[in-house]
Design a protein around this ligand. Sequence first.
Ligand code: PLP
Length: 425
Amino acid sequence: MSDTLALLGGSKVINFELNRYNSLGPEEVEAAKKVVESGNLSQFLGCWDPDFYGGPKVQEFEMNCREYFNVKHAITVNSWTSGLIAAIGAIGIEPGDEIIVSPWTMSASATAILHWNAIPVFADIEPNTYCIDPVSIEKNISPYTKAIMVVDIFGQSANMEEINRIAKKHNLKVINDTAQSPGSLYKGKYTGTLGDIGGYSLNYHKHIHTGEGGILVTNDDELAERMQLIRNHAEAVVKDKGVTNLTNMVGYNFRLGEIECAIGIEQLKKLDSKIKSRIHAAERLRNGLKGLSGLKLPEIRSGATHVYYIFPMEIDEKVTGVSKNRIYEALVAEGVSDISLQYANLHLLPMYQKKIAYGSKGFPWTSDICKREVDYSKGICPVAEGLNDSTYLGYEMCVREFPDEHVDLVIRAFQKVWNHLNLLK
Ligand SMILES: *Cc1c(COP(=O)(O)O)cnc(C)c1O
């Protein structure tokens, strides 16, 4: 292999496509086949009936999730975005209420808030874990704040001890968007189970999946009932079910099917082993990249485990003397795929910058329900913004299987680029 950088005409370290991550196997095929053969692809009824809670596979998968995550209630939904919407409706949010959320997350963490005509308020993130910063949460609390949308980003928990303390002090609800961190632990408990409501995505690039889908978890009976209602045409059911609290009982169809739940049952059995191999690959990568100057490797919160949806790194351009964009180009040229220079800064999306969401006239921000001017300008989240602007380099481990020899190739590509940084200046 030529030692010349591929970017400068040499040969690539990785000259084939690394294996796609695939958690599916014959067990899922068999489980899905059985459901099809049964002829029962969904058994939900939108009226008050035993089938209001779905068919056998829905109920079995939910029971297994309760047991795995050690929670009182697990509720399947047809996507985690649906789950977030159900969660926010369930806590009784009023139009114009504010929910504090991280900008460093997938867009649905914040749009789920807007879906109830509530107002997302962006708090900055912690520099080393990229999770929402409790100090910034507290600074952003207003008389209108009702909840905190905590995102357990990239594979590990946010600082839930501190966040729960703040929530208690200010009487706020806590929702955990744990889409990227199923099976990770925080002080001995599963991430996502430490707030009022949490949950996980089952879309195809998460640790385990059902194509599309999500799981809500909570230990609160009333919130569970309200989420089950929102999942399944609440308005049509409340009267017969004897529900008197009509707040946000505007129903949706967020129901997950029998095939997905049958697949989910098999996927959940694999979660521990999938996490184990992901952690193994990440630790091997960490060892191999250790010592590359100016490259910061992911930090794990004390008392937490990390399950590496993304392996986040940072490049200190002052140390490397080369911009992260140039290093990125050199890595991509060596055949390192699935790295990215940016993650989200949601507040900078056109929707927030122009404050145009529902209709064209600025609803909800321009409406009477919005009680104050909320600031989305660049500069409000300096840590999150700084990452995208100059330091962040994420390795999307969720995309690939990582046998040791492939991790070693990735390491070799990084080492090769670092050995030639002077040529990239
Ligand atoms: C994937 C993801 C979602 C959305 O989940 P879907 O199941 O795709 O709707 C929400 N939040 C975060 C942080 C995610 O990574």
